[in-house]
Design a binder for this molecule. Structure first.
Ligand code: ADP
Ligand code: ZN
Ligand code: ZN
Length: 724
């Protein structure tokens, strides 16, 4: 047999198929060990055939890797080809998306456990009288059958070795899977669906369109709809993928899923240990688990016979990958849904403008849930003009209105969430005399001051720097730490309310998979009165005692340099407000802003998605922004600055020709350094375009595919979520 093999080197140079000999019995998708230029590399079989382009005697032979099953399903092999083409990455890099990183490093071993079985009948036992432990252990085995050696040793103080030596027992090794969420309690009973929920489930199942958008206000019970769809698939022997945004992969959600689906659910999550991730992945691959839950990368779950793919909070920007291949989760999910003939369900209280437009135009099914469960009212949002506060001499982060509401909440024994909008906002160190800003040496972004460790950190690469004692440029001691961070808010709150118990949740307090969980759990158990946090607390959480949400700086994201700032702000406010008043008591929201007359804020306060959408669409149309045009960014990056610039030039000239010939289809065309000039020592340049009509896009891809070199990566992004 001849196998076409992709070797696992992600460079342009080796980005082709190599022919090898292989034994019969190997299949497409199998992982193999391939001799390659004097080394042995991991490879994957992507096709089998009878004849090779080279004389057979010149071909080397691959050996199978010791896997239970071919690592990749035929669907994954096929999809990786499409991804490589679409995102201009080497096939090997596309294949890696489908595999747990641990499989490549080879550092994780399958976890095995030793078991003892009695090998000698009782009649033939011949113990000395003093071997009391051995006798007891043998009796135990007689009664209980095969037993974990560790348990046996524990019960009968180390008798396994002695029994084994005598030949009284046989030892077998068996593979066990690690359990990542041992400590999570299972909560949540199955609820009888409301009429609206039943209709939604029915609509998803019967409508023939592949993509179904559930537009339901916060608290309308979307989760229960997803769970019902997943349960129905499971009953029909089908598998499901349940995608949630990175930061809302809450242990609460996991607990609910565990209660509902037990071991049928597997979690693919960056917070797991390497071993756990490896085992969860294999449980999906073997079909032991049929439900994959995770952030965007779970869209690559090695499941067969998909019955449904769900994308909760479809508008969330974490669904766009920001490393090569820079894929959109929706695109991959759609490819998989079509290939499997299953539905792709999008859910959101604030769908992205683009998605909603496609639904209104009939391309996607549109299902509306206009009311919260039990008709609970949405919390009232009160706008506070912070300019007036400043005029009244209040320079603190808390308006008088917010303080009043906080007091009421604390008095009433309820809980409050204070939300700090961190987008485009950081505690940068600036010299007040010369304007120097502390930046990361490798990434060229400003550093953030961390009070607890008294150091500066780069949020892009994680580098840590000592806090400055003076300005390195002019020597001045007048350094200002601009912006208010969560830590500062917490220390101010402590002064205002010494009795209140305060929790803080942001990137710094939630390292490790359980850091997140612990904070939310404590807050959920009412061990704290106030939770202060960033974007992380905006989504998905359901705390019945929260009756007040304070949005401290609502306009921080309004003035961000991005055509989607209005949309992002509307989404954020709706999400955060949705945390308030989810149970019996009416919830309140205090929204602090320096621009109270802003349209986006007004629509958000009235929960008027339609109004927001109409307004936004007309603004986008007037300015010819997406969805009325397409922003295309070609990103060129490489460690060697000269080479990267050469590629930039070459890409630019080729594209410029296209631009000259089709000027009427271009709204914008220019080359420049990327806003972040370096990330992890890679220099970054871009050609930015705004085009109308879809004709040019394939040509742009073709041009860029031809420009990729060994040293520089060229990628094409359509409407990138983040232009940094
Ligand atoms: P969404 O995801 O739309 O924001 P959730 O799924 O979190 O809403 O549901 C909001 C609340 O309503 C949750 O507390 C949930 O347990 C509850 N809930 C959902 N469906 C039902 C139902 N059919 N009967 C009773 N309570 C429900
Ligand atoms: Zn200075
Ligand atoms: Zn850095």
């Amino acid at each position: 047999m001849i196998a076409e093999v992709i070797v696992d080197i992600a460079s342009g140079e080796t980005d082709r198929v190599f022919d090898y000999l292989c034994d019969d019995g190997l299949t497409v998708g199998a992982r193999v060990l391939a001799p390659f230029g004097g080394r042995t590399l991991t490879g994957f079989i992507i096709r089998l055939k009878d004849t090779a382009a080279y004389p057979i005697e010149k071909l080397k032979k691959v050996a199978p890797a010791p896997d239970e099953l071919p690592a990749l399903t035929p669907e994954c092999v096929e999809l990786s080809g499409k991804i490589a083409k679409r995102y201009l990455v080497p096939r090997a890099l596309a294949l890696r998306l489908f595999l747990p990183a641990e499989m490549r490093t080879g550092k994780v071993r399958e976890l095995t456990r030793r078991y003892a079985t009695l090998a000698v009948d009782k009649e033939q036992w011949n113990f000395s009288k003093t071997a009391k432990n051995q006798i007891a252990a043998a009796e135990y085995l007689l009664e209980n059958g095969k037993t974990d050696c560790a348990l046996l040793n524990k019960l009968f103080s180390g008798s396994v070795a002695a029994l084994q030596k005598k030949g009284y027992i046989t030892i077998t090794e068996e593979q066990v899977r690690r359990d990542p969420y041992k400590t999570i309690e299972e909560t949540g009973a199955v609820k009888a669906l409301t009429a609206a929920q039943k209709n939604a489930v029915q609509a998803v199942k019967t409508d023939e369109r592949t993509v179904q958008l559930i537009h339901g206000v916060t608290g309308s019970g979307k989760t229960e709809i997803y769970l019902t769809l997943i349960a129905d698939c499971l009953k029909a022997g089908k598998s499901s993928i349940f995608l949630v945004p990175e930061i809302s992969l809450t242990p609460q959600m996991l607990a609910q899923l565990r209660a509902r689906f037990g071991k049928n659910a597997a979690i693919l999550h960056s917070g797991l240990s390497a071993g756990e991730r490896f085992d969860e992945w294999w449980r999906l691959r073997t079909g032991e688990a049929k439900i994959a839950i995770g952030a965007r990368s779970a869209v690559f779950a090695p499941l067969e016979k998909l019955g449904v793919i769900i994308m909760d909070e479809e508008h969330d920007s974490s669904y766009a990958s920001e490393t090569a291949p820079r894929y959109n989760t929706f695109d991959i999910a759609l490819l998989r849904a079509k290939r499997n003939g299953c539905k792709l369900v999008l859910g959101s209280a604030t769908p992205s403008v683009e998605t909603y437009k496609r639904a209104l135009e009939g391309e996607f099914g549109l299902i509306k849930l206009a009311e919260r469960i039990n008709k609970r009212p949405l919390p009232e949002i009160r706008i506070v003009d912070m300019r007036r506060e400043v005029r009244r001499g209040n320079n603190s982060a808390f308006s008088f209105a917010l303080k009043e509401e906080l007091e009421q909440t604390l008095l009433g024994g309820n809980q409050a969430i204070l939300f700090l909008n961190r987008r485009g906002y950081s505690q940068t160190v600036i010299c007040k005399e010369c304007g120097y800003v502390a930046k990361c040496e490798a990434c060229d972004v400003s550093l953030t001051y961390h009070r607890e460790e008294d150091c500066l950190k780069c949020h892009y690469c994680g580098a840590k720097y000592n806090m400055l004692s003076g300005c390195p440029d002019c020597g001045s001691k007048k350094l200002s730490y601009a912006g208010t961070g969560t830590q500062r808010i917490v220390s101010d709150l402590k002064k205002l309310y010494p009795q209140a118990r305060i929790l803080r949740m942001d990137n710094d307090t939630t390292s490790g998979k359980e850091g997140h969980y612990k904070i939310l759990k404590e807050f959920g158990e009412k061990k704290a009165d106030i939770l202060v946090g960033t974007q992380m607390i905006a989504k998905g959480h359901d705390f019945p005692s929260v009756t007040l949400v304070g949005i401290l700086d609502a306009d921080m994201s309004l003035h961000f340099n991005d055509y989607r700032s209005g949309e992002r702000t509307f989404q954020l406010i709706t999400q955060v407000a949705g945390r308030s008043g989810r149970a019996e008591e009416q919830g309140k929201v205090v929204l602090q802003t320096f621009s109270p007359e802003n349209d986006v804020l007004r629509f958000a306060c009235e929960y008027d998605y339609e109004g927001f959408y109409k307004n936004e669409v007309s603004l986008r149309q007037a300015a010819m922004f997406p969805p009325f045009s397409k922003i295309v960014r070609v990103l060129i990056s490489g460690e060697d600055n000269k080479k990267a610039l050469e590629t930039l030039k070459s890409v630019y000239f080729a594209l410029e020709e296209l631009y000259r010939e089709n000027e009427e289809q271009f709204l914008f065309f220019n080359k420049m350094a990327a806003p972040i000039k370096r990330i992890e020592n890679k220099h970054r340049y871009q050609v930015l375009m705004r085009i109308v009509g879809g004709e040019l896009l394939p040509k742009i891809y073709d041009i860029c595919a031809g420009e990729r070199t060994r040293e520089t990566l060229v990628s094409v992004e359509e409407n990138p979520a983040n232009l940094s």
